[in-house]
Design a protein around this ligand. Structure first.
Ligand code: SF4
Ligand code: SF4
Ligand code: SF4
Length: 268
């Protein structure tokens, strides 16, 4: 793998490779280029996860023609598919090196939820929700209890923005979650449930269920469960399976492409 990446950098296939390197004992994202080619020997692949594609998005926004190599697992690949579709990355400028999936060292995901959501036989919380539940078992609560359980979870939020900041598909330059008309500055918990519903709506057709937001959340809010639910609706209504296909646009309804024509300005 390392010799292939070296070769790519030397022959100009890529300008930069985004992977990991140990710095002072900590595995950190690292950019390898021709100017630090010898560092490729320090490239590591281990049981840690970071949204490297977010770094690629930042580089591409500054240098749209940069050829970027990137280390990917299954969830990174799904995130790239979403970022291609949302025109955040040009797939012609991306070269991937695939490594095996692994559970997060922070919280065990058991298996890749993308393939088969883990079925939880006993609910670990009596008043809240467990991210390992499958979405079908949510319905068994009935609407009123389910709402109460979600509100319990949302009220734990300390608005640290960790979920948004770590998310590989939260790429907006201006985030609605910081708009004072939606989320009152300085208020904790953030307006319940608006803060979480705004993000849930934005994750519809975007969330690739990598679980990084849950790993980042200090309050143990079952965010993946929420986004898995909205994506189920997207799949059901739009036949769009988020992250699986770099060619299918989420802006299609039952197979018909929706073109977003700019509206002419109305002059009074
Ligand atoms: S699981 Fe969380 S971090 Fe991952 S894509 Fe979905 S919202 Fe973003
Ligand atoms: S929460 Fe919504 S507005 Fe904020 S960065 Fe994510 S997708 Fe964009
Ligand atoms: S990471 Fe958790 S506590 Fe922080 S803003 Fe997101 S949901 Fe709230």
């Amino acid at each position: 793998m390392k010799s292939k990446i070296k070769l790519w950098l030397e022959d100009g296939t890529i300008d930069i490779f985004i992977g990991y390197k140990t710095v002072k004992g900590h595995p950190l994202p690292h950019c390898f280029t021709l100017s630090n080619l010898e560092e490729i020997d320090e490239l590591i692949v281990g049981p840690f996860r970071y949204p490297l594609e977010g770094i690629a998005t930042d580089i591409a926004s500054e240098q749209p023609n940069a050829k970027i190599g990137i280390l990917v697992r299954d969830c990174n690949t799904r995130a790239l598919n979403v970022l291609y579709i949302w025109n955040q990355l040009d797939r012609n400028n991306i070269k991937t090196v695939t490594v095996n999936c692994c559970p997060s060292p922070l919280k065990q995901h058991g298996d890749c939820s993308y393939l088969e959501p883990e079925k939880a036989g006993n609910y670990k919380k009596q008043v809240g929700l467990d991210s390992n539940m499958d979405t079908a078992s949510l319905e068994a609560f009935g609407q009123e209890e389910l709402l109460g359980r979600w509100m319990y979870e949302f009220q734990k939020c300390i608005k640290c923005y960790g979920c948004r900041n770590i998310c590989p598909v939260c790429f907006c330059k201006e985030c609605s979650l910081e708009h004072p008309d939606l989320v009152e500055p300085g208020k904790l918990p953030p307006d319940v449930p608006i803060f979480h519903l705004v993000r849930a709506v934005h994750m519809a057709g975007r969330c690739i269920d990598c679980g990084l937001c849950e790993d980042a959340c200090p309050m143990d809010i079952p965010l993946r469960l929420l986004y898995r639910k909205v994506n189920e609706i997207v799949l059901d209504v739009f036949d769009y399976d988020t992250g699986t296909n770099p060619d299918q646009s989420p802006f299609s309804v039952l197979g018909d492409e929706v073109t977003l024509e700019p509206k002419p300005l109305e002059v009074a």
